[in-house]
Write a protein that binds this ligand. Structure first.
Ligand code: SF4
Ligand code: SF4
Ligand code: SF4
Length: 334
C-alpha cells in the first residue's frame, strides 16, 4: 500500500515512543525474570531453585487460588483490554487502530512482558507439558485468544498481536519505498515453504534431543528480554537489516510459529469475501504485502488478516465490483 507522509510521521513518532517506553520499562524492572515467553518458570520457582536443600519452609503459607488470581488480575485486565482493542480495530477495519494495537504490542507485550507465542510453546504441546494454570492465567488467556482467533478469522495474531511482527511492520512504514526489493512472485511462493521446513526440523530436533535452547537460533523473540550473546545480537542486526530491503522477511519465509499458525489457519471459519470480479482483477493481489493472494485465491495460511484487501473490497472508488455497478446504474438512468 502507498505510504502517505502523515502515516510515516505517525509511525516514526510511535516508534520513538516505543523505544522510550521500552527503555523506561526495562530500567524500572531491573530484576532478573524467567522468560515468560515459555509461559513457564515463575519467580517463585526460581526462588526455590536457589535453595539447594529444598527443605520445606514451615513459615511459608501456600497462596490460595484467590490470592493467585489477585496477583494476576492486573495482567489479565491489561491483556483483555489489549485483545478488545485488537478485535475492535479488526472489525472496524480501522488502519489507525491497527497501528495503535501494533505499537502497544511492541511496548507492552514485547518489551514490558515478553509475552509472545514461541516455538517453546509448540515443544511443550508435543509433550503435553503446559504451564501450571493457576500461576499462568494470563498466558492461558493469551494462548486461547491466539488459537481461537486463528480458527475463527485466520492469523490475526501475526497481523497485529505478535510483538516482533508488529515491530517489523512498524519499521516497514518508515523505510523509504525506494529501498524495497520486491521478491518475484515465483520465488516468494517457494520461499514461503521454508518456514514449514524449519518448523518440522526444529520440532524433530527437540523430540530427539529434548534440547529447548534451539529456540534462540530459530526465532528472535528473546530480543525483548534485552538479554543475549553478542553473536545473537549480530544475527538479529543482519535479520533486521535484511528486513529493511525485503518486507516482512522473517514472518513470510522463516518463522516456525507463523508456519504453525499457518497450518492452523487452514481451519479458518470466517474467510475473506471475494467478488466474482476478483477472478480477473489484480488490484488486491498487488496490494497484499504478504504474498497471500494468488490470482482469485487467498491463501489462508499466508494471510495475516491485515485488512488491506478488505478495505479495497469495500472501496467504492477503487474496487471494480462497485465501479461496474455504478456504471450500470448510470447507463440505466441516462
Ligand atoms: S510470523 Fe512469526 S514473527 Fe511474524 S508475526 Fe507471526 S509469529 Fe510473529
Ligand atoms: S479490488 Fe475489488 S475486484 Fe479487485 S481484487 Fe480487490 S476486491 Fe476483488
Ligand atoms: S492483503 Fe488481504 S490477503 Fe493479504 S494479508 Fe492482508 S488481509 Fe490477507
Amino acid at each position: 500500500m502507498k505510504r502517505s507522509r502523515p502515516v510515516r510521521l505517525f509511525v516514526a513518532a510511535l516508534l520513538t515512543l516505543v523505544a522510550a517506553l521500552a527503555i523506561h520499562e526495562r530500567l524500572g524492572a531491573f530484576q532478573a525474570e524467567a522468560p515468560r515467553t515459555s509461559g513457564g518458570i515463575q519467580q517463585r520457582d526460581a526462588q526455590k531453585a536457589d535453595d539447594p536443600w529444598n527443605f520445606a519452609d514451615e513459615d511459608e503459607a501456600v497462596p490460595s487460588w484467590t490470592e493467585d488470581f489477585k496477583d494476576q488480575a492486573l495482567d489479565l485486565t491489561m491483556f483483555a483490554a489489549f485483545a478488545t482493542l485488537a478485535l475492535t480495530g479488526f472489525f472496524k477495519k480501522s488502519e489507525l487502530l491497527k497501528w495503535i494495537t501494533m505499537g502497544i504490542a511492541v511496548v507492552y507485550l514485547g518489551f514490558a512482558r515478553s509475552q509472545l507465542i514461541t516455538i517453546v510453546n509448540i515443544f511443550g504441546l508435543t509433550q503435553w507439558n503446559l504451564p501450571v494454570f493457576r500461576h499462568n492465567m494470563t498466558w492461558y488467556l493469551f494462548a486461547i485468544f491466539t488459537v481461537v482467533s486463528t480458527i475463527l478469522w485466520g492469523r490475526l495474531y501475526c497481523g497485529r498481536v505478535c510483538a516482533f511482527g508488529a515491530m517489523t511492520q512498524l519499521l516497514d512504514k518508515i523505510v523509504p519505498a525506494g529501498l524495497r526489493f520486491e521478491v518475484p512472485r515465483g520465488i516468494d511462493r517457494r520461499a514461503s515453504y521454508i518456514k514449514y521446513g524449519l518448523l518440522g526440523a526444529t520440532v524433530l530436533y527437540f523430540l530427539v534431543t529434548k534440547d529447548i535452547s534451539i529456540y534462540r537460533y530459530v526465532e528472535p523473540f528473546w530480543m525483548f528480554s534485552l538479554q543475549a550473546t553478542t553473536g545473537m545480537w549480530l544475527g538479529l542486526g543482519v535479520l533486521l537489516l535484511a528486513t529493511v530491503f525485503v518486507r516482512n522477511l522473517y514472518c513470510r519465509f522463516l518463522c516456525p510459529v507463523g508456519a504453525f499458525l499457518g497450518l492452523l489457519s487452514n481451519l479458518t471459519v470466517f474467510r475473506i469475501k471475494r467478488w466474482s470480479e476478483c477472478n480477473t482483477c489484480k488490484i488486491c493481489e498487488k496490494a497484499c504485502e504478504w504474498g497471500a493472494i494468488r490470482g482469485p485465491k487467498i491463501v489462508a495460511s499466508e494471510c495475516v488478516r491485515c485488512d488491506d484487501c478488505e478495505r479495497l473490497y469495500m472501496d467504492k472508488k477503487k474496487c471494480p465490483h462497485w465501479l461496474i455497478i455504478k456504471k450500470k446504474a448510470q447507463a440505466r438512468s441516462s
